[in-house]
Design a protein. Structure first.
Length: 178
């Protein structure tokens, strides 16, 4: 009797399993493909003047442009950091005196935070950010000075001026780390 019961249950399981497999179906529908947006900037140096003749107490002007090479509007922030290539020299003798943004052919001063950060806005602050449209560029220039106290050890030294620009989507809350 037990053998018949086990046999009946086994047969029932096989019938249900086969019926379940028989009545299932899977279909795939391709509803189209699309790409993700790009958020990318390009930087180009536009330095004017020569730092080869920078003397203590004088300044040199360096320039750059940022271009939105992506396909979405973006907001920009940046920082500039002049340093001596020879790391044994004190780079605090180099000062960013001012940063300006070209607004339709007129150079306007840009506000720089105490951390050395500026934004693409009417005044350089994080308030009232301006949108940089795809293929649009913005030009900046900075005046960098060598302290009048710089001694003879600063003669014939190379200065590296690093500009770092970060971009974010216009609806994003978080800025990239610079």
């Amino acid at each position: 009797m037990k053998k018949r019961m086990v046999f009946a249950l086994t047969a029932l399981c096989l019938v249900v399993g086969v019926a379940y497999a028989y009545f299932t179906s899977v279909k795939t529908l391709n509803i189209g493909s699309f790409g993700t947006a790009t958020l990318e900037i390009e930087l180009a140096s536009e330095t004017t003047g020569s730092a080869d003749t920078l003397l203590p107490g004088e300044s040199v002007q360096v320039g750059w442009s940022a271009t939105n090479s992506g396909d979405r509007e973006l907001h920009l922030m940046g920082s500039i950091n002049p340093t001596f290539v020879d790391s044994s020299l004190d780079s605090s003798y180099l000062t960013v005196e001012s940063i300006e943004r070209n607004n339709a052919g007129v150079w306007e001063p840009v506000q720089v935070s105490s951390e050395g950060v500026f934004f693409y806005s009417d005044d350089g602050s994080e308030s009232n950010l301006l949108s940089l449209l795809p293929s649009q560029s913005v030009q900046y220039r900075a005046s960098i000075s060598l302290a009048s106290e710089a001694g003879n050890e600063y003669q014939a030294q190379d200065i590296a001026t690093n500009v770092v620009m970060g971009a974010k989507q216009i609806d994003a809350d978080v800025w990239p780390a610079l």
